[in-house]
Design a protein around this ligand. Structure first.
Ligand SMILES: Nc1ncnc2c1ncn2[C@@H]1O[C@H](COP(=O)(O)OP(=O)(O)OP(=O)(O)O)[C@@H](O)[C@H]1O
Length: 291
């Protein structure tokens, strides 16, 4: 997978302050600033004061147990779940005044690519260009952007196929291509690795790496960092609708005393570690098997 990858894939440039030497992403103004977010679904409180920030070029992983509020948090960032209380700024603009949706690419949790609609792969990916050209007819550069995005995820040869005829992993690639087609400054992905075959996981990891190299910021909902760990700058761990931890992934430290150590993703072969709940989350990389 990503064994040889690092965050320093591209030299920093003057136009990318988050990547200047000595200018960590943490010093740049946030492009997502969610503060004290409170939201309910079906009358039940789901977010109970979530603070979340993402800075330019930063890759943030949102982790947590099932039902802790990860998807709801990213949905609130794109405005799909209204906040009862709290604030949201996108690219420095309060949500109510934000119009630059073309700067954000969103990959929802899987199984929505086909959605029962008999659309082709090209049609689905083309919808990702809508914020760019509004209601104008598609131009050559739009078609080329669609081709590039399909090529990036290895699906160009399936462009005319119906999405309903694709495997789950291939559908996920189509959703990712749709998010990439507008060259977003912020890519939000909800569990992109879930239920995805190994080949598609590799495609996803490679695609993410080149998006990060291009300078995009990424907000990922994950169950565990897994092969994406080398790309992750910061981990935000949710527990029961609250942030239990916010900081860099800390490999090889075994920080069992961190707050929010929910059991996240049990593995049959590492049950001896799961009592800490940190296994596989990127908050510890304690060896999975005894020597
Ligand atoms: N449409 C809905 N109506 C009512 N409750 C909902 C709805 N969607 C989610 N919830 C509830 O909100 C809580 C948080 O759900 P959410 O999907 O944000 O969790 P999650 O951390 O993403 O979980 P998972 O890891 O299982 O995807 C859960 O208890 C869930 O049952």
């Amino acid at each position: 997978m990503l064994q040889n990858s690092t965050k320093d894939v591209t030299p920093p440039t003057d136009s990318d302050p988050a990547r200047l030497p000595g200018t960590p992403a943490a010093a740049a103004p946030a492009i997502v600033r969610l503060t004290g977010a409170v939201a309910s679904l079906g009358g039940r409180p789901v977010l109970r004061g979530v603070d979340l920030s993402v800075r330019p070029g930063e890759v943030v992983a949102l982790l947590g147990a099932n039902g802790s509020g990860k998807s709801t948090t990213v949905k609130s960032v794109i405005g799909a779940v209204p906040l009862e209380r709290g604030g949201l700024e996108l690219f420095g603009t309060p949500y109510a005044k934000f119009r630059q949706w073309h700067r954000i690419g969103y990959v929802p949790q899987r199984t929505t690519a086909a959605g029962g609609v008999p659309a082709t792969v090209r049609e689905v990916v083309s919808t990702g260009r809508l914020p760019q050209h509004r209601l104008l007819p598609f131009r050559r550069k739009d078609r080329e952007a669609v081709d590039r995005a399909l090529d990036a995820v290895g699906m160009l040869d399936r462009a005319r196929d119906g999405v309903a005829d694709l495997s789950g992993g291939q559908q996920q690639r189509v959703l990712i291509a749709r998010a990439l087609v507008g060259s977003p400054d912020l890519l939000i992905m909800d569990e992109p690795m879930a239920g995805v075959d190994a080949a598609s996981q590799q495609v996803l990891a490679d695609t993410l790496r080149s998006e990060v190299a291009r300078g995009a910021a990424v907000l990922l909902v994950l169950h565990e960092l897994g092969p994406l760990e080398p790309l992750i700058d910061r981990v935000v761990l949710l527990r029961d609708g609250c942030v239990a931890h916010d900081g860099p992934p800390v490999p090889n430290t075994g920080l069992h005393a961190l707050p929010g150590h929910d059991h996240v993703h049990p593995h049959a072969d590492d049950h001896h570690l799961t009592s800490t709940g940190l296994t596989g989350t990127g908050l510890t990389t304690t060896p999975r098997r005894p020597a």
